[in-house]
Design a protein. Structure first.
Length: 193
């Protein structure tokens, strides 16, 4: 009988050891899982913070960084503007072109300024300056193809502004610069005579 009790004790002691080992393994797995979760969520938070820092004005991802753009890596990357950034302007030379005046006007004179919150893009030595000859050519071609009757409508100058902005954004995109970095164009002079 003593031998049977000794065997039962060894078997029950073995079961206790197996249960203790299983509990330890489960606790280790939970601990490792918690650590992995914390590391991944910390990584995700830094990506979220980065996205907020570069928040898209188009999508309103970050109110405090509303002028920063998030765009594809295929485009040249610029340092995002700070929350307190003010718009900066790229001033084009004065445009005076012959256009289709329908007998009422011969010349169209326009002064343009392009607005961006990315100061480095529109700076005197920025990318826009290097693209000036291309921009001037494409804008002059657009202006020469305008018609007096269209421009003389109440929304004629606004339509022309939209067309000019589209031309500029196409030039930027052709040169691997995100077109949305130039947000608007303003005509500081618009004369038909």
């Amino acid at each position: 009988m003593a031998d049977e009790e000794e065997v039962k004790e060894k078997k029950s002691g073995g079961k206790g050891l197996v249960i203790a080992l299983l509990v330890i393994v489960i606790l280790l797995l939970i601990g490792v899982g918690g650590l992995v979760y914390m590391l991944l969520s910390a990584n995700g938070d830094s990506k979220t913070d980065s996205a907020e820092a570069h928040g898209s004005a188009e999508h309103g991802e970050a109110e405090t960084f509303s002028h920063a753009k998030v765009y594809d890596a295929k485009y040249k990357q610029f340092e995002p503007p700070t929350p307190e950034a003010v718009p900066t302007y790229f001033v084009m030379d004065k445009f005076v072109v012959n256009f289709n005046g329908d007998g009422k006007a011969k010349f169209l004179a326009v002064d343009l300024q392009f607005m961006s919150y990315y100061a480095v893009l529109v700076a005197p030595e920025g990318d826009m300056e290097h693209l000036r000859p291309i921009l001037k050519n494409d804008i002059q071609r657009l202006l020469r193809n305008q018609h007096f009757n269209t421009l003389n409508m109440p929304d004629g100058p606004d339509g022309l502004r939209a067309e000019i902005l589209e031309v500029v954004q196409k030039v930027l995109e052709a040169h691997n610069i995100y077109p949305g970095l130039i947000e608007d164009v303003y005509m500081t002079r618009f004369v038909m005579q």
